[in-house]
Design a protein around this ligand. Structure first.
Ligand code: ADP
Ligand code: AIR
Ligand code: ASP
Length: 285
């Protein structure tokens, strides 16, 4: 194997230099962390499942015209992506009350919101990713008004699409977190595209019938075996065989390696959309 340069060692992924300028390789690790990495475990199969699930969802989002960093899967743990300048924000969409918002606002767990709630958190581990307002984002220059509008617009489109996708396989999309990044074209025009991953690490998914938690809350709150939940999601999405990918506590590599190219047939020239540089029409009086 050729020696590649690791550019960034994250909590759940390692980022390697890509084969061409402007590309990166995302390696999905088996590490699970919570509470800003105060809780940590290695869970066999998590990386393979998140790689597969995220590749599938990013491909579907591209089909809807939502630009993403995903180029193609490389193997069971790695995907090729476009290198972006990450906007230092976590964009969280909530449909139902759970997690950090419950104690923060003293609301009832399970309350359904009148409309999807969009929240922003400043991506800064040292500060435990504090919640911020649009005014903070603009005042500190983390994004400009057009970028902000674009991120909210795309995040709500992702919410609509994923709510339907998961509802079709008996899962409720409770909330999720997205990260966006910037890329520039030759004319210096900036594009906002969806980056990072969309997986049960950053989406809360409850079984529609039983309410069972299928996502990373299994690990955060010790609710059950994490990989079992992730496998169930992948099975319902038709991404892995009904027998699963784990055998005797470790990944069956023969099965897992075959998962990689299922979606690559669909990987095609990505269409990009520029963020508008003129005042959005709907803001005009
Ligand atoms: P963390 O940094 O929170 O530990 P991860 O372990 O998931 O998170 O590491 C992946 C890192 O790569 C994140 O910091 C994320 O913002 C960044 N990233 C995701 N996609 C891209 C991309 N296309 N280009 C550059 N950086 C990216
Ligand atoms: N999230 C936030 N930071 C990291 C992640 N993964 C995701 C959670 C949840 C949503 O954002 O997975 O789906 C809201 O999290 P919380 O903890 O603020 O309730
Ligand atoms: N991944 C983050 C952490 O390690 C947050 C979380 O998912 O709970 O703290």
């Amino acid at each position: 194997m050729t020696k590649r340069k690791a550019l960034y060692e994250g909590k759940a992924k390692t980022i390697y230099e890509g084969p061409e300028p402007g590309t990166l390789i995302q390696y999905f690790k088996d590490d699970a962390t919570a509470f800003n990495a105060k809780k940590h475990a290695i869970i066999a199969g998590k990386g393979v499942l998140n790689n597969r699930i995220s590749a599938h969802i990013m491909t579907k989002l591209e089909e809807l015209g939502i630009p993403t960093h995903f180029i193609r899967s490389l193997n069971m743990r790695e995907q090729l992506v476009r290198e972006v300048e990450i906007v230092p924000l976590e964009v969280v969409i909530r449909n139902v009350a759970t997690g950090s918002i419950v104690p923060r606002l003293g609301i009832e767990e399970g309350e359904i919101f009148h409309q999807p709630l969009v929240e922003f958190y400043y991506k800064k581990d040292e500060l435990n990713d504090p919640i911020v307002s649009e005014q903070h984002i603009l005042a500190f220059g983390w994004a400009d008004p057009y970028e902000l509008e674009e991120m909210v617009h795309q995040a709500l489109r992702v919410n609509d699409f994923l709510t339907g996708l998961f509802s079709g396989i008996g899962l409720r999309l409770i909330d999720f977190k997205l990260e966006f990044g910037r890329i520039w074209d030759e004319d210096g025009e900036v594009y906002i595209i969806l980056a990072d991953e969309v997986s049960p690490d950053n989406c809360r998914l409850w079984d529609s019938k039983t309410g069972e938690r299928m996502d990373k809350d299994r690990f955060r709150q010790d609710l059950g075996d994490l990989v079992e939940g992730y496998q169930e999601i992948a099975k319902r999405l038709g991404l892995i065989p009904a027998s699963g990918i784990i055998e005797g506590g470790s990944v069956n590599e023969k099965i897992a390696e075959q998962l990689e190219d299922i979606e690559n047939a669909q990987a095609k020239e990505r269409k990009l959309r520029a963020v508008k540089k003129t005042k959005p029409g709907r803001k005009n009086s």
